[in-house]
Design a protein. Sequence first.
Length: 237
Amino acid sequence: MTVPNVRPAGGPRTATEEPVVVERRDGPYGEVVLRRRGPHHEIIANGCFLMDTADGRSERLLVDAALAALPRDRPAPAVLIGGLGVGFSLARAAAQPRWGRITVVEREGAVIDWHRTGPLAPLSRDALADPRTEIVHADLVEHVRTAGRRYDALCLDIDNGPGWTVTDGNAGLYAPAGLAACRARLTPGGVLAVWSAQPSTAFEQALRNAGFAGVMTEEISVARGVPDVVHLGICAA
């Protein structure tokens, strides 16, 4: 099923900006497509628009808000970014010297290839060359549950929000068991930041119910429609 774009950016598109398919791949999670629309690229997964290169403010906010919520005296905090997308969040993290290890978990091999050697390379080349950066080709939900390491921040952007998942398997990440796994993956005082195409008071309450403190939602206006948001919660010590 095709759903409408929920990350409109860069103003209204004209009739001349018809999308051109750059590459289409079938994988274990379905179809993923890279399209070019005018000067920008966009990623479509199973017919669902994920993101494009027209703006990126909310993807940068995801990283900025997580870093701002961490104690200033925490040295070289480690951040997990899920997933890679068009690379805005990774590029933002790599541009901030305060971060220590930067781990990006991306399940789509095609997306990783588009950044390493394909059309998205100009957006992420410097960040991928940063010695702090590690790309992990894995399913984020599984990585959160089983990774043998902890992070100071989890910046999650694999869906259009907790209530609008790209695949059914992602829904468990926002359920009580998934949020408990996120807490277990965080250091004491660590930050969970979740991107969403719209605010969700239900998800705010789910964070509180899962034991996160300091729950808040930061908004950023978009060209049309409701604001993009970042939901934040602090892992209690």
